[in-house]
Design a protein around this ligand. Structure first.
Ligand SMILES: *Cc1c(COP(=O)(O)O)cnc(C)c1O
Length: 393
């Protein structure tokens, strides 16, 4: 089949709920993608941040191959070596919490919201989330998402949500009542445009949650697993959350999600209170273990810090040259480039020249390469972006 035939097949048989780029991807290796027409693409937004240690990392591939020959799936009626080990590895890298495993970011957030409800007194049913947040597409997660465009056509949503402007301490304080069971927030908003929470904001959330007996839940689905230059985004701040959720890079490319809660809070989820059939299956957990081992053995968090800094230096030089670049923000390898005009055209022109980047909120380009990215690859990406900006000017 050729590219046009595959697209025709999609048009006939696959629901059209995504705006897709007209490429058929057949292979991924490290920071490169290959399409059906033989094009090689430098990937600076690998798998929407899922392939955070590059495509088909050899250690992950090997772990999956080995696990596939031993046990693919077993239900949570039993114990497995892989689920316990992955939970321990995560606990040791966060705040000593306990894990519940599921299959996606949205599911991890659902688990967190259910836990906050169940763990707090009955009259506490409200959640506070931020405007421009993104928490997933299931009904609860999309309700938590503070962007009206994702709510259109789905009313009425789940009850009890208050959306506050991000980083606005007064607005947060005003809506915080004793009816609130949880605050759900991203340490750095991803899809919302790479917006970093200020230290004062994080501290206020912590204080207000303590004062009102609510859960501080951090959505680390995108910021987790080293991308920001620490294992988790919250580790840039002087607070410890009650619950974090993760997914994306956690499985190195395999679908897995997790919620981690402080042990005394986690204890609320007794047998029968929550579950996931596929959650924590040995295949996904083996991939997760291999991902953590690869990150550590190859010092990828270090690399995320160094390469993030290098990319920002290079982008700062571009900013001086092109007035369309209004500002740069983010941490580690989670970089947002704010433009003074829409970025969709730049994204397609970059792809034509062999670079894949992303644009969110209309005018924020996202530069989020894998943590295995090299200086040479950043130079290559910057070169392509410069060419495209020059052709636009
Ligand atoms: C991607 C994302 C989600 C949703 O994850 P899915 O796996 O698509 O359900 C939730 N929160 C954040 C911050 C994300 O970036």
């Amino acid at each position: 089949m050729n590219t046009q035939e595959v697209i025709a097949q999609f048009n006939q048989y696959v629901i059209g709920n995504y705006g897709r780029l007209p490429r058929v991807i057949t292979r991924g290796e490290g920071n490169y993608l290959y399409d059906l027409d033989g094009n090689k693409i430098l990937d600076f937004f690998p798998g929407w941040a899922v392939s955070g240690i590059g495509h088909c990392h050899p250690k992950v591939v090997e772990a999956i191959r080995k696990q596939a020959g031993e046990l693919l799936h077993i239900d949570n009626t039993f114990y497995t070596l892989q689920q316990g080990k992955l939970a321990q590895l995560l606990s040791e890298r966060a705040f000593g919490g306990k894990c519940f495993f599921c299959n996606s970011g949205a599911e991890a957030n659902e688990a967190a919201m259910k836990l906050a409800r169940r763990h707090t007194p009955k009259e506490k049913y409200k959640y506070i989330t931020a405007q421009h947040s993104f928490h997933g597409r299931t009904f609860g997660a999309v309700t938590a998402t503070g962007q009206p465009k994702y709510h259109e056509g789905f009313m009425p949503l789940m009850a009890g949500f208050e959306y506050v402007p991000f980083n606005d301490i007064d607005a947060l304080t005003k809506v915080f009542t004793d009816e609130v069971c949880g605050v759900l927030i991203e340490p750095i908003q991803g899809e919302g445009g790479v917006n970093e929470a200020t230290p004062e904001y994080m501290q206020t959330i912590r204080d207000l949650c303590d004062e009102h007996g609510a859960m501080m839940i951090l959505d680390e689905v995108q910021t987790g697993m080293g991308r920001t230059g620490r294992w988790f985004g919250y580790q840039h701040y002087d607070i410890v959350p009650d619950i974090i959720t993760m997914a994306k890079t956690l499985g190195g490319g395999v679908a897995i999600g997790a919620m981690m809660a402080r042990p005394e809070i986690a204890a609320t989820l007794t047998p029968g209170t929550h579950a996931s059939t596929f959650g924590g299956n040995p295949l996904a957990c083996a991939a997760g273990i291999a991902t953590i081992e690869a990150i550590e053995q190859e010092k990828l968090i270090d690399n995320a810090n160094r390469m993030g800094q290098y990319a920002v230096e290079k982008l700062t030089q571009l900013k001086q040259k092109f007035s369309v670049i209004h500002g740069l923000r983010g941490k580690g390898l989670m970089i947002g480039i704010e433009l003074t005009s829409p970025g969709a055209d730049i994204v397609s022109k970059c792809l034509e020249k062999g670079l894949r980047i992303n644009c969110t909120q209309g005018n924020i380009l996202r530069f989020m390469p894998s943590m295995t990215i090299t200086k040479e690859q950043i130079d290559q990406a910057i070169g392509i972006l410069r060419d495209v900006l020059e052709s636009e000017a």
